[in-house]
Design a protein around this ligand. Structure first.
Ligand code: BDR
Ligand code: CA
Length: 314
């Protein structure tokens, strides 16, 4: 039986790659996409999610629109320099034919988990506002979920949205602190590993040879994203953030994990930093928090190869 997952996403170039990887993987059954602000505003994230499912020929999968702001304040705004003004590398796709369902993202998550206890994994690859809202509305989702495998955070390395914080967590640190503190199994696939999953020019070029709509779309949207990385990092090509969380679901043996409780900085310069309690006696702020599976090592080349192989066979 394939594993049921809901991807909570802010598409986003690397979100697109992650969604397509999941759709191409027989081990996974994507039962819905829920959308969130981050790389773009939520309204555009929702349109993009619908468009991506249409490109993949999977318009049967429901899309539920999520929060437009963080739990405690307004969304600070999109990042067109990274993902393009359209979140899709400035290729400006036509409007989707379909539309989002009536339920909000949080309501959809709750309904699905209630109806399928123990069967659904949440895979958030954007800010965690929808997941936190769902937890607030129905705390029992922590019992009903299989697990939560998220892209976000930085345990032992610097941030990317600030020296302290990774972009998804920094966009809603209060939500992230709720998600890491709930009594469910969370796996954090953060910058500690995603900045070691590198796709070089040859691997990018190979997607153009696959000859299917998903790989063709990835080939179209990657140049803008690649330009951002090549202007800001000392490497040719890109780093693969969101697909790494999907790769963890497909083959966790590619990752090494430490189990630490996590708090999230919400104040000042440390806002958005994920703080693991890595040793010694737990301070009160970390007590009674569950251990999080924090990915600290990865066989990056194998993750990149796994994703390429799945897309090639699509
Ligand atoms: C995360 O932030 C977004 O820009 C990406 O889509 C990814 O989810 C990386 O920090
Ligand atoms: Ca994302």
């Amino acid at each position: 039986m394939p594993r049921k997952i809901i991807i909570d996403t802010d598409p986003g170039v690397d979100d697109t790659m992650a969604i397509f990887l999941a759709l191409c993987s027989p081990e996974l059954d994507v039962i819905g996409l829920t959308t969130i602000f981050g790389n773009v505003h939520t309204e555009l994230a929702t349109k993009n999610a619908l468009r991506l499912l249409e490109i993949a020929g999977r318009a049967d999968i429901p899309v539920a629109a999520g929060a437009v702001d963080a739990l405690t304040g307004p969304f600070e705004g999109p990042v067109p320099t990274v993902h393009g003004a359209d979140g899709q590398g400035d290729v400006f796709l036509p409007d989707p034919a379909g539309s989002a369902i009536e339920l909000s993202a949080a309501q959809f998550i709750i309904e699905q988990l209630r109806a399928n206890p123990g069967e659904i994994t949440l895979a958030p690859v954007g800010p965690l506002s929808n997941i936190a809202l769902a937890l607030r509305l129905e705390p029992r989702i922590a019992e009903w979920v299989d697990e939560v495998v998220l892209m976000g955070g930085n345990a032992l390395v610097p941030g990317n949205a600030s020296p302290a914080g990774e972009a998804n967590i920094r966009n809603d640190p209060e939500a992230a602190d709720l998600v890491f503190g709930a009594q469910w199994q969370v796996t954090m696939v953060g910058l500690d590993v995603t900045l070691r999953v590198h796709m070089g020019p040859e691997q990018i070029a190979d997607y153009a040879t696959h000859g299917n709509p998903m790989s063709d779309h990835i080939t179209r949207i990657l140049p803008h994203y690649r330009n951002y990385f090549e202007s800001n990092y000392d490497a040719e090509g890109i780093f693969v953030h969101d697909s790494s969380a999907i790769a963890y679901l497909l083959d966790p043996s590619l990752f090494s994990v430490r189990r630490w409780p996590i708090r999230v900085g919400t104040q000042g310069l440390g806002r958005g930093k994920t703080w693991p309690a890595t040793g010694g006696r737990l301070l009160p702020a970390w007590e009674s928090r569950p251990p999080v599976n924090v990915c600290v090592g990865v066989e990056g080349d194998k993750v990149v190869a796994l994703a390429a192989e799945r897309l090639r066979r699509a």
